[in-house]
Design a protein around this ligand. Structure first.
Ligand code: EPU
Length: 323
């Protein structure tokens, strides 16, 4: 499951001596000057994540449009304030929150059909995947059915090369639109990005949009395939409880969920974090889970599965922020 988490890098000379905790309020103010979107200082991030866990950001910015993203990136670079793009779906934010500026691209919601045959869809990074699927289905465009039930954003899906057993983002991605660290907009064809399992090698910057090459198909066919994949996920995953998608990547030719089940760990609870009893590769928040509860469960899973099988499960979640 996807998340758009990209740390824009500081200039090398800044990175060496700037500790995140040393960010000054006046640098934050410089970085967000004349931003037309919303700016909130000391913003809680909990409600921006599907897991409903997370401390505060020094500042949360929701840029109004791509022009606003460009301004923010350029100003943050000059002020040497780190930016962190949060999709919110496949991420665990530590209880101490994130220093610097957290960026939500939730206002980049343009979605339209392009191309000579009207089979290319452009979607802003903030478009939610279910919205994209609904749009594609409505236009009788096939190629995204594999993503049914994935709750992340287009930006996140690109950066993580989101996928299921049935397909992945790289299968239909034509190009990405990126604001680079100087604040310039650049388009990269998908052929220039090296994709791997749950990873796209995206150049430094912020993905603000993507073009997807789809194919024409009967609307009913697209919609019924989407519906049946969604039903499968509803049957097998705890979609009604706060979660952040698959915790671990599947080891080659194996299922992390099955390994966790075989280790007898389903249902195990620490604080309000619980290994789902429906699917072993999900951790759910029963109410007021802290990041530390989830991290302890992750360590327990890794230890027990390693002890039983010699396999060290690798995280699919990104764990970010300060402890
Ligand atoms: N299984 C168990 N016990 C469990 C869970 C699964 O034995 O507790 C077994 C199932 O019976 C099945 C196999 O493991 O034979 C695979 O399970 P499932 O079909 O649920 O798929 P998955 O490999 O666990 C992947 C993606 C999901 C995606 C599903 C469905 C990864 C890491 N996860 O899960 O993506 O929804 O396929 O296509 O590749 C995500 O990436 O966040 C995500 C939810």
């Amino acid at each position: 499951m996807p998340v758009n988490t990209l740390m824009t890098r500081l200039p090398d000379n800044a990175r060496s001596h700037l500790k995140p905790s040393m960010i000054k309020h006046h640098d934050l103010i410089t970085a967000v000057r004349e931003i037309r979107g919303t700016v909130t200082f000391d913003a809680s991030l909990r409600e921006l994540t599907t897991l409903r866990i997370g401390g505060q950001a020094d500042a949360l910015v929701v840029p109004e449009d791509i022009e606003d993203v460009r301004r923010l990136v350029a100003q943050a670079y000059t002020a040497q304030v780190p930016l962190f793009v949060l999709g919110g779906t496949n991420v665990l934010i530590r209880d101490g929150g994130i220093r610097g500026i957290v960026v939500s691209l939730s206002k980049l919601t343009t979605i339209k059909v392009e191309g000579d045959e009207s089979t290319v869809v452009y979607a802003g990074a903030g478009v939610r995947m279910p919205t994209l699927l609904g749009f594609a289905g409505g236009q009788s465009l096939s190629g995204l059915e594999w993503a049914a039930g994935i709750p992340g954003t287009v930006g996140g899906a690109v950066v993580m090369n989101a996928g299921t057993h049935l397909g992945e983002m790289k299968d239909c991605l034509q190009a990405i639109q990126l604001v680079n660290s100087e604040g310039r907009m650049v388009v990269y064809p998908a052929s220039t990005l090296a994709f791997s399992y749950r990873k796209a090698n995206v150049p430094e910057g912020i993905v603000v949009g993507a073009w997807l090459q789809l194919t024409r198909s009967a609307q009913a066919k697209v919609e019924s395939a989407t519906k049946s994949y969604l039903q499968y996920r509803k049957n097998t995953q705890p979609l009604t409880q706060p979660n952040a998608g698959s915790v671990f990547k599947n080891p080659p030719k194996m299922s992390a969920g099955q390994l966790i089940e075989e280790a007898g760990l389903k249902g195990l609870r620490i604080g309000d974090a619980q290994i789902s009893s429906k699917h072993g590769n999900f951790i759910v928040n029963l109410g007021n889970a802290r990041a530390m509860d989830a991290i302890l469960l992750i360590k327990k899973i890794q230890q027990d599965v390693f002890h039983r099988t010699g396999i060290m499960l690798e995280l699919e979640w990104k764990i970010v922020g300060e402890g």
